[in-house]
Design a binder for this molecule. Sequence first.
Ligand code: ZN
Length: 186
Amino acid sequence: MNHAQLTALGRALRLLGEHGEALSADTPDARLHEVKGDLRRALDLLEESVTSAAPATRCPEHPNGPVDTSAPDLCLLCETRRRAARHGSYGRPAAEAAPAPSRYGVREDRPQPQQRWLPELWNGREWQLCGTPRRDRREAELFLAAQRRAPRAAIAYRLVHEFTDYEVVRVWGNPVRVDIEPLGNM
Ligand SMILES: [Zn+2]
């Protein structure tokens, strides 16, 4: 507001005050129309004097910032800062940066080869599996020895070593190691 505006606005407001002092039950309509005109003029002067928008919040730092109606000063920016400070997580990366736990397990990068020992019997025409495949060779041999001593034993048994391995045949993307930030103290 410059000096000329201040002078004009002051005069207009003082005039309105005089109108208020003089107001009575006998005030004629012609006088009321005059008051209306002076009031409009004062309002126009006021509008010219005010350059910025009316403050949206009561925050001195962000008077025209976004509004949070639940905040005491209506300032969303300051309320967000206060909320984060209360939770002790201000400045930390968002929790959603952590990947969701998979319902599938993870495997070693280069899994150990799997080996199994298969007990088989000769059924007269071909070899067939005669028991649960074992992880341990000694266990499989003991099993076959027991089978051979059984009353209705087959005419021949054999132990088969099954050896399987995994081989990565193709990789899509670059599997760089990403350190997952610990979650904030929620
Ligand atoms: Zn603020």
